[in-house]
Ligand binder design. Structure first.
Ligand SMILES: C[S@@+](CC[C@H](N)C(=O)[O-])C[C@H]1O[C@@H](n2cnc3c(N)ncnc32)[C@H](O)[C@@H]1O
Length: 220
């Protein structure tokens, strides 16, 4: 099974059964970069399926090379925009973990609408996590950290829990770089709660033009 998942229609749910064993637990990493975290975790947990989402082609190719080097078949990657992937493609209430490590912080006020965390992402995230499934978040950017804390605190579908430990073995490429520069790392985690009567479908995504995913020239 190829590790890179090709999608012909980014608004149709993935045919997961044709890609991985849907009886097994699923863990997803948003903005997985070159894949060092997710591919090592996949190698250590052959009983589970792993899916990376990354929009930069060169990083997706590095992910694919790591998977080939490790000789594993339980790590997959989608070269797609994360919000669309969560909104349309992922299976309902199936992921036991979602990792978002060092997402682009978009520090300037006029850029902040590009940030991943907001109402649209939390709606889709809750829909994809199983009850009790967790979002693990880490960033070097204090302001973004507090903004994300605020988003979750205002959402009754999630409860704050202790984040996973961060020994050097789980550091991502960016985490190694930021720690080497002496930057602080803030981490937190939230668990998805059962919400009886919550809708089981999301309305079509209407994204303002400035939030539309952008392709780079020459990318596949
Ligand atoms: C700062 S890097 C961190 C990479 C990796 N998580 C790490 O810690 O080493 C952010 C990554 O997220 C990807 N990314 C940013 N926004 C994304 C989005 N909306 N959808 C998919 N990937 C995204 C970028 O291409 C980049 O590889």
């Amino acid at each position: 099974m190829a590790c890179r998942i090709r999608v012909s229609d980014p608004c149709k749910p993935l045919e997961c059964a044709a890609i991985y064993d849907t009886e097994r637990p699923l863990e997803v990493e948003v903005g997985c970069g070159k894949g060092s975290f997710l591919t090592s975790r996949a190698a250590a947990h052959p009983e589970c399926e792993f899916l990376g989402i990354e929009r930069m082609l060169e990083r997706v190719r590095s992910f694919e090379r790591k998977v080939a080097r490790l000789g594993i078949s339980n790590a997959h990657v989608l070269k797609l925009e994360a919000l669309y992937t969560f909104h349309y493609l992922l299976p309902l209430h199936h992921a036991r973990r979602v990792y978002v490590f060092f997402p682009d912080p978009w520090p300037k006020r006029r850029q902040q609408h590009h940030r991943l965390f907001g109402g649209l992402f939390l709606d889709a995230l809750w829909m994809r996590l199983e009850t009790g499934g967790r979002l693990e978040f880490a960033t070097d950017h204090e302001d973004y950290f507090h903004a994300v804390e605020k988003c979750f605190a205002a959402d009754a579908r999630f409860r704050r829990v202790d984040p996973m430990p961060r020994p050097p073995e789980v550091w991502t490429e960016f985490e190694r770089m930021f720690r080497a520069q002496g930057l602080p790392v803030h981490s937190a985690a939230w668990e998805a709660l059962d919400v009886p009567g919550a809708p089981s479908e999301l309305p079509p995504l209407t994204v303002p033009p400035e939030l539309e995913p952008r392709e780079r020239e020459g990318e596949e």
